[in-house]
Design a protein around this ligand. Structure first.
Ligand SMILES: Cc1cc2nc3c(=O)[nH]c(=O)nc-3n(C[C@H](O)[C@H](O)[C@H](O)COP(=O)(O)O)c2cc1C
Length: 332
């Protein structure tokens, strides 16, 4: 493939923007080969979790204590160390094996929410041969005493700690639920992140009204989830020297084009890959190239951020104006 679709993400030069996002597909080397053969630009490992590392090191009690949950049944909420597809050592070994069979960049993934020894794994993931690291700060606050400042300060300190453990390019995968996301992203950047991944998906359990229980549901995404990402990509693009990756709701080539126009340097796909497998990638790349040629784009770089707020002096005013216009547009 020529350089027409080339992009740069976390300092990695990629032939095109379509990356396999964090998913269990990487547990199988056969799948990994299929992903490489299909021509993915890079792959993200599924996460190594803070709770998993703690459970592995010190038994289940350790991570319960770390989360301050003193009640007796708490251990049953977490998977046992043996429930994870790959233990911490196996995880590092899987990175080594994957690096042996692919030429695309491999991005490790650490997932946690408190400062602690699990962060040492950033160094191990680098030693195992990963080309970059994604840090997922998935956290759902429930304590009324915990303020947004405390949550953000802890998150920034985790980024700083991870930065202190590795030279790898570092992306932070965020939730959309921060009050002042641009300021928070700047703080993460100042703490040493090279990029952000927008966004985590929150798995929202339903309630079983007969059994009086919650029903955890793993629902794959659709393209409607892209809209939230487009807004924040457009707001953040070009505001600071930071790579942007879009995760969530990228299913079609039109979704890819929208994410790039909003300002993404790469797009991560998971749900569609889980449903249909990586064999969809060549067709998507062909359609992307054809669409861009028909619309006379000289390169992907020319298209990138073309619909962002980069050159808009007052994005807040535009957001507010659009909000008012939309409300007024409804006719009975
Ligand atoms: C089965 C499954 C496993 C996932 N595992 C991880 C993971 O280990 N770490 C992570 O950061 N995200 C994980 N994700 C989230 C995806 O990387 C991605 O952010 C999310 O699915 C949104 O992208 P999509 O709309 O293309 O599915 C997982 C998603 C699914 C469906």
């Amino acid at each position: 493939m020529n350089n027409y679709l080339a992009t740069e993400y976390l300092g990695l030069k990629l032939p095109h923007p379509i990356v396999l996002g964090a998913s269990p597909l990487v547990n199988s080397l056969e799948q990994v080969r299929a992903i490489e053969d299909a021509g993915a630009a890079a792959l993200v490992m599924h996460s190594l979790f803070e709770e998993q590392v703690l459970a592995d090191e010190a038994g289940v009690q350790a991570h319960v204590t770390s989360h301050g949950e003193a009640f007796a049944e708490a251990p049953s909420y977490f998977p046992a160390a043996t429930d994870y597809a790959l233990g911490p050592d196996d995880y590092l070994e899987q990175i080594r094996k994957i690096k042996e069979i692919v030429s695309m960049p491999v991005i490790g993934s650490l997932n946690g929410r408190t400062q602690g020894g699990w962060i040492d794994f950033a160094r191990d993931i680098e030693a195992a041969g990963a080309d970059a690291l994604e840090l997922n700060l998935y956290f759902q606050p429930t304590e009324v005493e915990m303020t947004s400042t405390e949550i953000e300060t802890e998150a920034v300190e985790i980024v700083r700690a991870v930065r202190g453990h590795t030279q790898l390019p570092l992306a932070v995968k965020l939730s959309p639920y921060f009050t002042a996301l641009p300021a928070f992203v700047r703080a993460i950047h100042d703490a040493g992140a090279d990029g952000v991944v927008l966004f985590n998906r929150f798995y929202q359990p339903d309630i079983d009204i007969e059994e009086l229980d919650t029903l955890p549901s793993l629902r794959l995404s659709n393209s409607s989830e892209l809209l939230l990402r487009l807004r924040w990509l457009a707001i953040l693009h070009g505001r600071m020297p930071l790579s942007l990756s879009c995760s969530g709701g990228v299913h079609t080539v039109e979704d890819v084009i929208k994410a790039i126009m909003a300002g993404a340097d790469s797009v991560q796909m998971v749900s569609r890959m889980l449903r249909e497998g990586p064999a969809i990638i060549p067709g998507m790349l062909q359609s992307l190239q054809t669409w861009m040629e028909e619309h006379e784009y000289a390169s992907l770089a020319q298209m990138k951020g073309s619909l962002s707020y980069r050159n808009t002096p007052h994005p807040e005013a535009i957001e507010r104006a659009n909000y008012l216009k939309i409300l007024q547009s409804w006719k009975p």
